[in-house]
Design a protein. Structure first.
Length: 216
């Protein structure tokens, strides 16, 4: 995922984001690409503790030459149930609220592609379902592409496509998955892990989920 997002360099092969090959870009060009075209959601939220929820959400704009204002952005369900918490710092927010802030921040710059690593791992089932709905809405309503790593077949079942990888190689794929079909497919694998990260689908925006699952 870090290689696809331009955070790490590859030892072999090439990486493209849309029509842009990023493997040969210089640091400044990579920084501009990540700032303008890619959003990130992390398992540990990665919010700045000294900033309010609203300030964390609008943080990506501060690095732009002409940053947009919060009133100028309307994302899905903005501000997604946080109206009375926007002035609070992360320490005063629940885990679910912090992940909502992280989700809104990932979409704040209107990126083409959103990478997210286990965004529901630290959440209860209700908060996790809200995050997944938020990501689904980012695809359906805003036309973004989401690439996620997850251990959860239930989360993978909400995707447009699931890719499975064992020992660093893609071993299977599934279009229009369900939770049950993902779980059944995982049971067939004997590899120690099944995990992958790739943007999808080819016809535009969509959700592609990475499944990382220990074999039985």
């Amino acid at each position: 995922m870090h290689c696809l997002a331009g955070l790490d360099t590859v030892s072999a092969g090439r990486v493209r984001v849309g029509d842009t090959e990023i493997t040969g870009l210089k640091d400044r060009e990579l920084t501009r690409l990540r700032r303008d075209r890619i959003g990130f959601m992390f398992q540990s939220f990665n919010l700045l503790p000294t900033l309010t929820a609203a300030e964390n959400i609008t943080l990506p704009w501060t690095s732009r030459a002409a940053p947009r204002t919060a009133r100028g952005w309307t994302g899905p369900s903005t501000p997604w149930g946080l109206r009375d918490r926007l002035g609070h710092r992360p320490a005063r927010l629940s885990g679910g609220q912090r992940q909502r802030v992280a989700s809104a921040r990932a979409l704040a710059s209107r990126p083409e592609l959103i990478f997210t690593d286990e965004p529901t791992a630290n959440l209860d089932s209700r908060a996790g379902a809200e995050v997944l709905s938020f990501l689904r809405e980012a695809v359906d309503a805003l036309g973004r592409t989401v690439v996620m790593v997850t251990h959860d077949p239930g989360a993978a079942g909400r995707a447009d496509r699931v890719l499975f990888l064992a020992d660093g190689r893609i071993v299977d794929r599934m279009d229009r998955p369900t939770s049950a079909s993902v779980l059944e497919r995982l049971r067939l694998f004997a590899a120690p892990h099944a995990t992958t990260v790739r943007p999808a689908p080819e016809n535009g925006a969509g959700m592609c989920w990475t499944v990382n699952w220990p074999a039985r």
